[in-house]
Design a binder for this molecule. Structure first.
Ligand code: SF4
Length: 450
């Protein structure tokens, strides 16, 4: 595996710290012939909008696209479960020839009457882009007829990268923002953006902010509700996690409604605490008590988890880890969290990082660390073996690769069922890493015994 060479067109998307000049290429379409770990534009928009639990999500396309993304985020809802259905117009050969507009109109008509959603999102897939169905006109007409927002999501899969899907999702949501009443919203108020309530994480984060004395107007889009998004322009601050997916909407809200935003991460003790302190600082002039309240909260939470983490650190000290995640911001937090557990990161990469992100990543990493953009399974396998990693942190597509190589795995993507955010999440993370890395099963993996 170590002898496998890198595809010519991808050489500039891989960098090894200390052995070459830093000139990372990124933010471009995947190379044909390289099996990208990254999903399509449609998938990008679907993962962002999916957690809006009281909306109808209708995929206009062949059934495969709907099946591919069914229940794709482990986003929990405290109420409606409509988001967990994977509705599709199931376009067939006849529809491709004669057009699928009639089928889409009928599907919307039936589904809206039956499920009474607060809004409907209509996702355009590759084939719809090719046959040219006018989904904008159909959505407009259905919106007038049914009295709810029916929103086209321009997410034809071939149109760009997964990142373009995030933008299409933000554009669709921007049509709802600003349409609700902002009466009685506190001056100490925030929107939580880019927190998808995987395994209930948004509830943990929301609780922290409320203990600081803040009002949470809307969570984009974890346990999301259409009514809250409608009034989200009344919040005083947007707090953006997963900036790859939500920055576009945060910037739009800054321009249109004058709401400032800050970027945060809720993963690991260091970044979780920084997020809370940054938000507290923002409200310092309005309420000087926010900061002391935040300090007390952080003290209390860290005190609870510190002794447990110390135990895991002893057992994991010096083990090597590889990270391959969606957004680079997540990789930064992950490096810090793994260092908290005494581990060394020797491979770090992302699907959607920008030049600036990779510069930060390079500055954070130790010499010898390999940094990859939009990688494929061959590259990830090659460097995991070469660097002798004991742990791979990634998503559903990296899991089988790690297991086949006899490497411990931790799922940090949207399919996971374990809460990893906040202070309590750090304990879950440590437990999972420890269990996976030290599992006796790896002694039977042929790769590990070579
Ligand atoms: S690439 Fe096109 S056909 Fe494939 S899942 Fe994405 S939208 Fe559907």
């Amino acid at each position: 595996m170590a002898s496998i060479s890198i595809l010519k067109g991808r050489e500039k998307q891989i960098y090894q710290k200390g052995s070459q000049d830093f000139d990372m290429s990124c933010d471009k379409k995947s190379l044909a012939g390289s099996i990208s770990q990254r999903a399509c534009v449609f998938c990008g928009s679907r993962v962002v909008l999916y957690p809006i639990a009281d909306a109808l999500h209708l995929i206009h396309g062949p059934i495969g696209c709907a099946s591919y993304t069914w229940d794709i985020r482990g986003s929990l809802s405290s109420g409606p479960q409509l988001h967990r259905m994977s509705f599709s117009t199931d376009l067939q050969e006849r529809d491709i020839i004669f057009g699928g507009e009639k089928k889409l109109t009928n599907a919307l008509d039936t589904l809206i009457d039956q499920y009474k959603p607060k809004a409907a999102f209509v996702y355009a897939t590759c084939i719809v882009g090719l046959i040219g169905d006018d989904i904008d006109a159909i959505c407009k007409k259905m919106s007038e007829e049914k009295g709810i927002p029916v929103l086209p999501v321009h997410s034809e899969g071939f149109k760009g990268t997964k990142k373009d899907g995030y933008k299409a999702a933000c554009d669709a949501m921007a049509n709802i923002v600003g349409t609700g009443s902002i009466k009685d919203i506190s001056p100490l108020s925030i929107n939580i953006m880019g927190e998808f309530n995987i395994a209930g994480e948004a509830w943990v984060i929301r609780d922290y902010y409320e203990r600081m004395g803040l009002e949470v107007v809307s969570v984009f889009t974890g346990d999301g509700r259409v009514e809250n998004i409608k009034r989200s322009h009344g919040a005083a601050l947007n707090v953006v996690q997963c900036s790859g997916s939500m920055l576009h909407l945060a910037q739009h809200m800054q321009e249109k409604y004058g709401i400032p935003y800050i970027r945060v991460s809720y993963f690991g003790i260091e970044d979780m605490s920084k997020a809370l302190y940054d938000v507290a600082e923002h409200f310092q002039d309005i309420d000087p008590e926010v900061l002391p309240r935040t300090q007390a909260l952080v003290r209390e939470e860290v005190k609870k988890i510190h002794p447990v983490l110390k135990q895991y650190k002893k057992k994991l000290h010096g083990k090597k880890a590889a990270i391959y995640v969606g957004g680079a911001f997540k990789a930064f937090s992950m490096i810090k969290a793994l260092r908290t557990l005494g581990m060394d990161v020797v491979l770090a990469g992302s699907q959607t990082g920008t030049k600036e992100d990779y510069q930060v990543l390079k500055d954070m990493c130790d010499d010898g660390t390999v940094i990859v953009d939009d990688a494929n399974p061959v590259e990830l396998s090659k460097y995991s073996i070469e660097k002798k990693v004991s742990l791979f942190v990634g998503g559903v597509k990296e899991r089988p690769m790690a297991f086949k190589l006899g490497i411990g795995f931790c799922d940090h993507n949207h399919e996971r069922k374990l809460s990893l955010a906040g202070y309590s999440g750090m304990i879950n993370f440590a437990r999972e890493v420890y269990a996976s890395v030290t599992s006796p099963v790896w002694q039977f993996a042929p790769q590990r015994n070579q």
